[in-house]
Design a protein around this ligand. Structure first.
Ligand code: B12
Ligand code: SF4
Length: 437
């Protein structure tokens, strides 16, 4: 078995980060001594990318090609699988990732050999060890494959609270000079917990791991942190602060063991407002950046999203973080119900609360979420290309699509110049500071 691990190209100017999903697969393959290579399209020129990938598969004689699929890459992945099969039908194609896990039916197409949606990597280990013997696949949980022209689907393994292996961080170190989060510098990625118990209607993260929130052991987490040769780490847990006691234990371990790193993570406003006393400890441990799903400046929209947090709570959270020297990165989801007044209100909210770092996503009802069930009849476009939070998938209720997108991009135009100037003046990491410089 010789496998090529592919991350399809995606549009993003806001960051260039390691393909952690593939690095975990690489870690497993390395432990099994199975030859593998990475093909990260984000690091290659975009033109000719399909031909380049297919040429590499054939030239380097890979007999398996594995793709990590987000909704925005699915159509492309399927078209590459078709092209590979046309050239050499004996090459096996396997697809994993969020789409496989939440929506495997979408991938049940002829050029696909295996869909991998299991929790964790133990089934992949078994599959790698029995890759030639399709009869042995019959007992592997969390996979789907064709048998006599029919798709066979297997139940998943129970939720996991650990990966079997450490990621192989070769791609991270190899492309470190290109690695960045806009205006925040390079970051290594780490995942220390799985899923989220909250019920935000648009969120697909909460459905992963069968919707069960679990945590890796702190010993293991600390051990991995020490093994990463980089100063800044971004915990990409869906929310790193769901368990306050774990946050406290984490901070004490970092401080006691004199680990000198800077951490960023996702969190919720209600954690900050319920535990303001923990913020100085978090700062001391090196946690300097909390990305918080503030979502909207309107309470009705927050209710609509099932956020269970009010706009006033969001304001309190931003103030508390600013006062404690921790950057609050505000993440907003712009609803198709947004009116002109709500766009204006959002800008006023950002200015009033001295929020520097912000990111805006167009509301997208991903399959598998509650929002999809609510909005599916209103969806007018659902091809992969538009499933990237930068495009509309349904008609805005209060204005034309053109005006909505214009207002959406204006949000960036009105906020990013200030971040740029503060970044250039090296004051972007001083949350209490107001103004442009
Ligand atoms: C970090 C992150 C990013 C980073 C880096 C992405 C990356 N690593 O490639 C950045 C910021 C660049 C990013 C960009 C985007 N992201 Co993003 N991202 C995430 C996040 C927070 C973590 C992903 C991750 O690395 N997890 C850790 C790894 C180890 O876990 P994993 O991906 O689940 O992989 C495991 C299994 O799925 C499986 N597996 C994965 N791939 C494969 C392949 C094979 C062959 C096999 C066998 C198994 C397998 O094995 C892994 C180990 O168990 C997720 C949220 C989440 N909870 O997943 C969103 C998430 C994946 N992103 C999302 C989106 C929408 C995007 C963007 C479109 C946003 C944008 N407008 O920029 C882009 C597009 C990226 C793309 N590749 O297409 C959505 C996807 C929604 C969907 N239904 O597809 C998610 C779920 C967040 C959300 N909004 O709900 N993202
Ligand atoms: S948006 Fe955040 S808080 Fe809400 S369910 Fe998803 S991960 Fe949890």
């Amino acid at each position: 078995m010789k496998i090529l691990l592919v991350r399809p190209y995606y549009f993003s100017k806001l960051g260039n980060l390691e393909p952690l999903s593939l690095e975990y697969l690489g870690g497993l393959l390395k432990s099994l001594k199975i030859p593998y290579a990475y093909h990260d399209e984000y690091q290659n020129p975009i033109f000719n990318r399909k031909q380049r990938l297919i040429k590499r598969v054939i030239k380097e004689e890979f007999d398996w090609v594995g793709f990590s699929a987000n909704a925005s890459g699915t159509d492309y992945i399927l078209s590459v699988c078709s092209a590979i099969k046309r050239l050499n039908p004996s090459i096996k194609t396997i697809i994993g990732g969020v789409v496989a896990e939440l929506n495997p039916k979408e991938l049940m197409k002829d050029p696909v050999d295996v869909i991998y949606y299991d929790n964790g990597l133990s089934s992949l280990k078994t599959l790698c060890l029995h890759n030639q013997d399709q009869q042995a696949w019959a007992t592997i949980p969390g996979i789907s494959y064709q048998e006599n022209g029919q798709w066979v689907t297997h139940k998943k393994s129970p939720p996991i609270n650990d990966f079997l292996v450490r990621p192989d961080r070769d791609p991270f170190y190899k492309y470190l000079d290109r690695n960045f989060i806009i205006f925040k510098g390079s970051h290594a990625l780490m995942k220390t917990s799985f899923s989220c118990p909250h019920d935000c209607s648009f969120c697909c993260c909460r459905i992963l791991n069968d919707g069960v929130y679990t945590e890796r052991s702190l010993d293991d987490v600390i051990d991995e942190i020490k093994s990463i040769d980089h100063k800044r780490i971004w915990f990409i847990d869906d929310s790193f602060t769901l368990n306050a006691q774990r946050v406290i234990d984490f901070c004490h371990r970092i401080i006691d063991e004199k680990i000198d790193k800077r951490f960023a993570c996702y969190s919720r406003a209600d954690f900050v407002t319920s535990h303001p006393d923990l913020l100085p400890l978090m700062y001391e441990a090196g946690i300097r950046d909390l990305s918080i799903g503030l979502e909207s400046a309107d309470d009705e929209t927050l209710d609509d999203y099932h956020k269970h947090i009010s706009s006033t709570d969001n304001e309190t959270a931003i103030r508390l973080l600013n006062e404690n020297g921790i950057t609050c990165t505000g993440l907003f989801v712009i609803s198709p119900k947004a009116t002109r007044a709500s766009f204006r209100k959002l800008i006023r909210f950002i200015r009033k609360n001295n929020l520097l770092y912000v990111a805006f996503a167009v509301f997208t009802a991903y399959k598998g979420t509650e929002a999809y069930e609510e909005y599916k009849d209103k969806i007018i476009r659902y091809d992969s290309k538009v499933l990237d939070n930068y495009h509309l998938t349904m008609k805005p209720e209060a204005m034309s699509s053109f005006e909505f997108m214009l207002r959406m991009w204006s949000l960036y135009a009105l906020t990013y110049p200030r971040i740029l100037v503060r970044y250039l003046f090296k004051t972007a990491d001083q949350p209490l500071r107001r103004g442009w410089i």
